[in-house]
Design a protein around this ligand. Structure first.
Ligand code: PXG
Length: 464
């Protein structure tokens, strides 16, 4: 077979891809018909495709390239580590310096007494770890009945059997026999879609109190943990009302329920602090990390455990781990990524300078005739599309139809801005400049205008 390179014609690459590459979260036949975009290189916030187009990546890949593309230091860190020690495991009484250094650094950065890291190669694996960890924790504490984990509908915690069950994506549960037993879902704090006539504050409280109701119904002695993203990402960047998290923390404390903060998206600066838990003011017992930990340059994730959880589970043999837990190359790259984030003050700059600018510019989109609310925290934001702002109505079309139409225009205008149903979301590299923010907003507005024309022409600009 001939060598496949970026210099081949796009159609040939597309044909080979269609023939042999089975894509995640995709309808393969649709990809084949339409032809996928071939990304060939990237720098900063910019992607280049096989047609030579420069595309503004307002999603940082999949919410992960926090320091932006093209950082030579990360390449060097990987090469150096591969030369020195490309692989060794951390199972049988062994360790290595990259994993020691990364663990010490994470303990320093993580809030409170979150001081112990168990590694994986992804967020899904880390949440599978958490599932077994919290159940083992309670068993070791002499309360083996405390097994149920409470999660939320429309949460995303990964795609494996365990993490997909923890998540609350009904489309995922419909395939392959999920969720596994012992997981209970409550409603999400999505005021725009589900708040009805309640004020956001009252609604936030009501949704948090669902946790208390669930604990009382299931039995306090049966519930092990509550898992949630500080701010839901894949569910559509749902920013909870300010009343929500304090009430959740109160309930977890009152009933001795472990709190797992899934920081896979929120972690490493995304919300303007190192961790989303700090932004929403919670004290988790376990944090799930991945994505921004290495800015996506290497696959690495993990669970950061409190002193108490680590002590209890650590007193017995925890029969769990992955071949690549604490992989030296991934750990070395993650450590270098943390150095860049810290020394270049990327999180501080986002919180104090570019973040407020992005917020101001992003919220301007709320004056667009097809946009209801625009919500953004740090560098994760979303806008709700609606034909009627006052009533927060849905369109006269199946959910997601209009979102898809806007996304198509974004794609055509060389802006990666995703849709989740009829919300449009952004999560750019944290290093995005003000000039790039201006361009992002300009392209988003143009795409909204173009899509709205089509929505109107097709008679869909009406309330359902
Ligand atoms: N938790 C959260 C909060 C996530 O966002 C995972 C866990 C799982 O991580 P891995 O590394 O196993 O994928 C995620 C992943 C999307 C999208 O379309 C989001 C994710 C993954 C793939 C697609 O928004 N988030």
């Amino acid at each position: 077979m001939a060598t496949i390179t970026n210099h081949m014609p796009t159609e040939e690459l597309q044909a080979l891809d269609a023939a042999h590459h089975f894509h995640p979260f995709s309808t393969q036949t649709e990809l084949k018909e339409r032809g996928v975009r071939v990304i060939t290189s990237a720098n900063g916030v910019w992607l280049k495709d096989s047609e030579g187009q420069d595309i503004l990546d307002a999603m940082a890949g999949l919410w992960c390239v926090n320091v932006g593309y093209g950082r030579e230091e990360l390449v060097e860190a990987a090469a150096r580590q591969m030369r020195e020690l490309p692989y060794y495991n951390t199972f049988f009484m062994t360790t290595h310096t990259p994993v020691i250094a990364l663990s010490a650094k994470l303990a320093e950065l993580a809030p409170g007494d979150l001081n112990h890291v168990m590694y994986s190669s992804s967020g899904s694996e880390a949440n599978d770890t958490n599932l077994r960890l919290v159940r083992t924790y309670w068993a070791e504490k002499g309360k083996p009945e405390k097994q149920v984990i409470i999660s939320r509908w429309n949460a995303y915690h990964g795609s494996s059997v365990g993490s997909g069950s923890l998540g609350g994506m009904k489309g995922m549960h419909a395939q392959g026999g999920l969720p596994i037993p012992g997981i209970h879902h409550i409603d999400q704090p999505d005021w725009w879609n589900e708040g009805g006539d309640l004020s956001p504050e009252d609604f936030g409280l009501e949704r948090a109190q669902q946790l208390e109701k669930a604990i009382l119904e299931l039995g306090e002695d049966k519930v092990a943990a509550f898992i949630a993203e500080p701010i839901q990402g894949a569910g559509g960047v749902i920013v909870p009302p300010a009343t929500y998290w304090p009430e959740i923390q109160r309930i977890c404390d009152k009933y001795e329920i472990l709190l797992i903060a899934d920081e896979v998206i929120c972690g490493f600066g995304r919300t303007g602090n190192w961790f989303g838990s700090e932004t929403v003011g919670i004290r988790p017992d376990i944090m799930t990390i991945a994505k921004g930990l290495s800015s996506g340059y290497q696959p690495i994730g993990g669970s950061i455990l409190s002193d108490e959880v680590a002590a209890v589970v650590g007193a017995t043999e925890f029969n769990h781990g992955y071949t690549y837990s604490g992989h030296p190359v991934a750990a070395a790259v993650a450590l270098e990524n943390l150095r860049i984030l810290e020394e270049e003050k990327i999180v501080d700059t986002l919180r104090e300078d570019t973040g407020p600018y992005l917020k101001a510019r992003f919220e301007e989109l709320a004056d667009h005739p097809m946009v209801g609310e625009a919500k953004i925290v740090g560098a994760m934001g979303s806008i709700a599309l609606t034909p009627d702002k006052a009533s927060r109505a849905a369109f006269k079309a199946p959910g997601g139809t209009v979102g898809y139409m806007v996304r198509e225009r974004c794609f055509a205008n060389n802006l990666v801005m995703r849709h989740v149903g009829d919300r449009m979301i952004i999560s750019p590299p944290l290093t995005i400049t003000k000039a790039e923010i201006d361009l992002l907003i300009e392209r988003a507005r143009l795409s909204l205008d173009e899509a709205m024309e089509k929505v109107k022409a097709e008679g869909l600009f009406e309330s359902a």
